[in-house]
Design a protein. Structure first.
Length: 147
């Protein structure tokens, strides 16, 4: 059974602007940081050799008079973090926002029981590139009740 956006508010921290982000059945999630992948990570069966991919923070560029900056991204895969975190309580789906898909960019849909500030999504940018403003809504959070 789907969970309403209003009910989800109690499980999501870091919402930038509730009035715009909370939907009937979900919450729009916003971009916080963009990282360039600098070196390979490692993944093994047992986890003793696990290492996250190395990453470099890409600073957004502000236009004169703008409060928020822009990332001007080339065609490749980046790692992105979100402003919002999600506490346990439901089975969550984090899917790309329709507007993100309409730009030619994409990230995978993730199923999880929580989402912390250290989590990242791989963002794939098309050959045409992508201009992405700080706090843009790039994902949508949906939840299903655990029964």
């Amino acid at each position: 059974m789907k969970v309403s956006g209003k009910e989800l508010i109690g499980y999501v921290e870091g919402i930038v602007y509730e009035k715009t982000q909370v939907k009937e059945y979900g919450i729009d999630l916003t971009i916080k940081c963009v990282y360039e992948i600098k070196d390979a990570g490692s993944l093994d069966f047992g986890g003793s050799e696990y290492r996250m991919a190395g990453k470099n923070n890409i600073e957004p560029v502000k236009k004169i008079g703008d409060k928020y900056g822009w990332w001007h991204l080339e065609h490749k895969t980046y790692l992105v973090s979100l402003n919002e975190t999600v506490k346990p309580g439901f089975i969550y789906y984090i899917s790309p926002h329709t507007r993100l898909l309409n730009t030619g960019a994409n990230h995978p849909t993730v199923m999880t029981t929580e989402w912390g500030s250290e989590e990242v999504l791989p963002l794939q940018v098309s050959e045409q590139g992508l201009n992405l403003k700080e706090n843009a809504r790039i994902s949508r959070l949906f939840a299903l009740r655990i029964q």
